[in-house]
Design a protein around this ligand. Structure first.
Ligand code: PLP
Length: 462
């Protein structure tokens, strides 16, 4: 009893300080002030533990990053071992074994998965988060054409796209609620339709539409090809836009159009990379190789911030010259290629091999799919989208008319709060309930994740 009291007192004290000193991301702080906070103090495997000693399934992999579970021995050991040598130096004018080894490993894994006619993706540029990986891709593409003496300076991006929160990344974003406000600060881009079949912009249906959205994209590229430097896309799944899964053939079509109009294709696999969609990279599903590939989130197994922008030898070569030619890529972040993050990423790649993570994932993807069939039948579930271990359950007020719930109903959140009471931590995207567990989740844990989600949706209905 005395212990319980002291824990509650401790929790209260932390909450007070949190309210006083913190400003949380993507959070209306006025509401946060009323929140009964979940204060995470520990984790193991697929579970997070709060200060009261309650365990929760980590249903969105700690914001889409965790791959092999928490406190994975191999990753823990790799980081501890590296701490005993050096935790951080720099890649500006120096180099170090973890950055070198990881770059080699990434090039090997990427090229074994994404085949292409030429030498493929060969060069790794480090940074430390998804947004910077995207900024780097945009600047590389822009500068590449400069060096080629071609005046291509614009980008094409998709509606409902999310590429991060820095200004360049927001410029190529397409989510109105997040991005509209900042429009005076952004550079101009051409926006192509989102391959969002459930709410098709053209009121068409796949496959009868014969990918009409691609034809609209082609029109944009055809008209502006002499000024478009690159096209940026989240391959297969527009994640933050609501787990929007593109129909078969769409991504391949985008690649074909980029070739046809001589436009660099930038694949933002920050969310989809490292097994999330059931393959190592989402581009694999359609046999596509981009010109620039952005990876972050899962790269360290969900341990530490790290990102890479990987590109081709042709693009890299265009930046070579004499010192005074100023062809250098003038970009770099202080913690670029941090040692601890790199060894975590190497350990994570080792685990994919050793534990045959992707092979073992396939059965779990099928179990998830079966569970979702039942959830799809619920009267407030309009659409269920799944690609591998990325799931979006779109809640609607009227299943027939697809009328969405108004923002103020906070339907997504209401489901997530119910789930929390039942021992599952998830976070919605508006009216879309997101499920994205660690790839290492056990079958039993996965089943309980599905059941809790189902129950939670049922309860908010009544
Ligand atoms: C999360 C995300 C980003 C941004 O990554 P940060 O590390 O949060 O900056 C970029 N692109 C996609 C597709 C993402 O899901």
């Amino acid at each position: 009893m005395a212990i319980a009291m002291s824990i509650l007192r401790q929790k209260k004290a932390l909450e007070e300080k949190d309210r006083r000193y913190l400003w949380h991301p993507f959070t209306q702080m006025k509401e946060w002030m009323e929140e009964d906070m979940v204060i995470i103090t520990e984790a193991r495997g697929s579970f997070l533990k709060d200060i009261r000693g309650r365990w929760y399934i980590d249903g969105v992999s700690s914001l889409w990053v965790n791959v092999h579970g928490h406190r994975k021995r191999e990753i823990d050991d790799a980081i501890k071992g590296q701490i005993g040598r050096v935790s951080h130096s720099t890649l500006l004018g120096l180099t170090h074994p973890p950055a070198i080894e990881l770059a080699e490993r990434l090039i090997k894994v990427v090229n074994s998965r994404l085949r292409s006619r030429d030498s493929g993706l060969t060069r790794v540029f480090y940074s430390d988060n998804g947004s910077t990986a995207v900024e780097i891709a945009l600047k590389m593409a822009f500068q590449f054409w400069r060096h080629k003496g071609v005046k291509k300076r614009r980008f094409v991006s998709l509606r409902n796209a999310y590429h991060g929160d820095t200004i360049g990344a927001v410029s190529v974003g397409g989510i109105e609620t997040f991005h509209e406000l900042f429009s005076p600060l952004l550079f101009k881009t051409y926006k192509a339709p989102s391959p969002y079949c459930y709410r098709c912009e053209f009121d068409m249906r796949y496959p009868k539409c014969r990918l009409h959205c691609l034809r609209v994209l082609e029109e944009i590229l055809r008209r502006h090809s002499d000024e478009v430097a690159g096209l940026i896309i989240e391959p297969i799944v527009q994640a933050a836009g609501g787990m929007i899964v593109s129909p078969p053939g769409y991504l391949r079509g985008v690649r074909r159009l980029c070739n046809k109009y001589n436009i660099l294709m930038i694949a933002d696999e920050v969310a989809t990379g490292f097994g999330r969609t059931g393959r190592m990279f989402a581009c694999e599903h359609e046999g596509v190789t981009p010109d620039i590939l952005c990876l972050a989130k899962g790269i360290t197994g969900g341990y530490l911030p790290l990102a890479v922008t990987i590109t081709t030898e042709e693009l890299y070569d265009a930046f070579l010259g004499r010192y005074e030619d100023l062809k250098t890529f003038f970009h770099g972040h202080t913690y670029t290629g941090n040692q601890l993050a790199c060894v975590a990423a190497i350990a994570s790649l080792d685990l994919f091999k050793k534990e045959r993570t992707l092979m073992r994932l396939q059965r779990k993807i099928r179990i998830l799919k079966e569970g979702l069939l039942h959830i799809a039948e619920l009267p407030i579930v309009g659409d269920v989208r799944q690609k591998g271990f990325m799931v979006g359950i779109e809640l609607v007020m009227d299943k027939r008319t697809k009328e969405p719930y108004p923002l103020k109903e906070k339907m997504g959140w209401r489901v997530c709060y119910k789930a929390r009471e039942k021992g599952l931590l998830i976070r919605p995207l508006g009216n879309v309930v997101v499920l994205m567990p660690p790839l290492s989740i056990s079958v039993d844990e996965l089943k309980s994740l599905i059941n809790i989600t189902m129950e939670s949706i049922r309860e908010v209905m009544s």
